[in-house]
Ligand binder design. Structure first.
Ligand code: PNS
Length: 163
């Protein structure tokens, strides 16, 4: 029987945006299952949303996809988490060239730590080139409209935070 191809999409997802959603859907064209994994970092955590809130939003957004997409969180090194759950591939999105340096460093470090684990980069959809969770939060905090940039459940949660 063919092996199920599982990939991990790690990140902060604070909160998940339409850019992430687009990337998840395109990744499912290549992999059978995707684990959207939030890195827990209690030491330097200045997240707007709690870990539970972020997981809940991800679950809500992908509930129509059944068990093909799972939301999870992990402590410590990504490579150790990947090994634990038996995933061989990390998915990361690339937007502009400015992402490259940071992504390249992480991919190289992860390869050094765990040579059997590959990082695959997906190009962000054209309409999400400028989109980031950081900017979304800033715009909402200043009263701007991000309704086309995040899923509906996230928009609602953002409004609750800043009202
Ligand atoms: O969405 P982000 O903040 O760009 O995601 C960064 C993330 C979570 C992928 C990265 O910080 C990470 O992998 N953290 C887990 C700890 C770890 O493995 N650090 C070494 C990375 S080379």
């Amino acid at each position: 029987m063919a092996r199920t191809k599982i990939a991990i999409y790690p990140g902060s997802f604070d909160p998940i945006t339409n850019g992430h959603v687009d990337l998840v859907k395109r990744t499912l064209g290549v992999f059978d299952r995707l684990i959207v994994a939030i890195a827990r970092n209690p030491d330097k955590d200045n997240s707007l949303f709690t870990l539970e809130e972020r997981l809940e939003m991800i679950r809500e957004v992908f509930k129509g996809l059944g068990n093909r997409v799972k939301a999870d969180s992990f402590d410590g090194l990504l490579v150790k988490y990947a090994k634990r759950i038996g995933a061989k591939v990390i998915i990361r999105g690339l937007r502009a060239v400015s992402d490259f340096e940071y992504e390249f460093q992480m991919a190289m470090m992860n390869r050094e730590l765990e040579p059997g684990l590959e990082t695959l980069f997906m190009m962000t959809g054209q309409s999400h080139f400028y989109l980031s969770s950081r900017l979304v939060k800033e715009v909402v905090s200043l009263g701007g409209d991000v309704s086309g940039l995040v899923p509906r459940v996230v928009l609602k949660k953002l409004r609750e935070k800043f009202d």
